[in-house]
Design a protein around this ligand. Sequence first.
Ligand code: F6P
Length: 497
Amino acid sequence: MTGKEGFDLVVVANRLPVDFTVGPGGDVEWNRSPGGLVTALEPVMQASDGAWVGWSGAPDLASEPFDADDMRLVPVTLSADEIERYYEGFSNDTLWPLYHDVISPPTYHRTWWEAYRRVNQRFADAAVAQVSPGGVVWVHDYQLQLVPQMIRAQRPDVRIGFFNHIPFPPLELFQQLPWRRQVLDGLLGADLVGFQRAGDAANFIRAVRRLRAHTTRGPIITVPGEDGRDRHVRAAAFPISIDSRRFDELARTPEVQQRSREIRADLGDPDIMMLGVDRLDYTKGIRHRIKAYGELLQDGRLDVEHATLVQVASPSRENVDAYQELREHVEGAVGRINGEYAEIGHAAIHYLHHSYPPEEMAALYLAADVMLVTALRDGMNLVAKEYVAARSDDRGVLVLSEFTGAADELSSGALLVNPHDIDGMKDIIVAAAHMDHREQRKRMRRLRRKVLSDDVAKWSESFLGVLTAMPSRVPHRRQDDAGHDGAQADLAVEAGA
Ligand code: F6P
């Protein structure tokens, strides 16, 4: 804070960009966590006097705001009961499956909704206490959809952006949610609502039209205020990316290159190393991928002396039943396939239930001939972009599900698959395994041009640029009050007419 009342930019996200450890004397230590969002926002936070509001990640851990990396970090405390109902329950067993095509059935509990509302209010209050007059608040993701409206109710002076990192579902699914109107109203508290894909923004606008009856024109939604004044909310796509340069540089270091050679040697120097890297989540299509791989071994189109699959599945949301069931299924399938096809010194699948630091990930990407991203639904999928950023040698093939946000951007170089079509996926995996180097280079160059130019810094600049350039912060009267249609005039400006 620079001697004034509050911070000019306040980020609100479910998690703080730090992990904590409790020392032997019970003292809490904070260490920076290497998430994509903090990398994206660090430069703007440092340049613009920023604060970050988020959960510490553990039950009942209370801490005063503190400074780290030129940012003010503001921990929000959650009790064990709130973690169960707000985080594991409503966020990850109601909204997560509903927003991912109901791959797993969503659970609707009124007590979870109550906790979601209460916790969203706590995040909103913390943001309100930090933001300077006329400042900017940027709220992130599905855990915090009510926060924009809650902030606006207390601070109409601030500009509010919201970015949804996961898909926004079609109306036919979204309308299952018993609290669908409250969620839309929560989001409509923002000035700008950002999504990964144009299709997500279109789903949101359609839901607003049908369930709230607000007027929409292109990306602009007109929200009537209780005081007879309208507000304009813009909904549009801002596909997120990674810090591509940093990943590219990391993968060029001698240490990472050496490690990638070691990995291949430790795997028995296979002709074809395939790689899957995912949080252990049912949206990622890990079961479908393993099924296809197992059938290719069974059919004899691949064999363990020449090919192997490394599957990194990092632990995630382990208290939620659907995640426990998935783990059992995946581990059962890996065990069966290895039992059936592995030979001494030649595993069919190397399954790693761990998280790894970026250096090890870069080495794995460099070692892999084929990267398998077969999600059933994914907001973006940053693993696909990391693989591309690591491949400065222009080698490797990206097999990419049509149902990822990344497919909208990377279709010209990746081999697209429908993971529900197991036979189709098997053919594509075989084609990827046998692709000649010239074709690999041609495709990888196209992918790298895209990933290296559209990086995460560009993403955050573009979102904040649109948010801060939005026309009027002062609400205008509706036609019946002011005698002219102010809303329409403003709309023409925003649409560039
Ligand atoms: O993709 C949505 C997301 O919330 C990411 O922002 C995050 O990295 C991931 O899911 C893991 O989520 P959690 O905080 O539940 O571990």
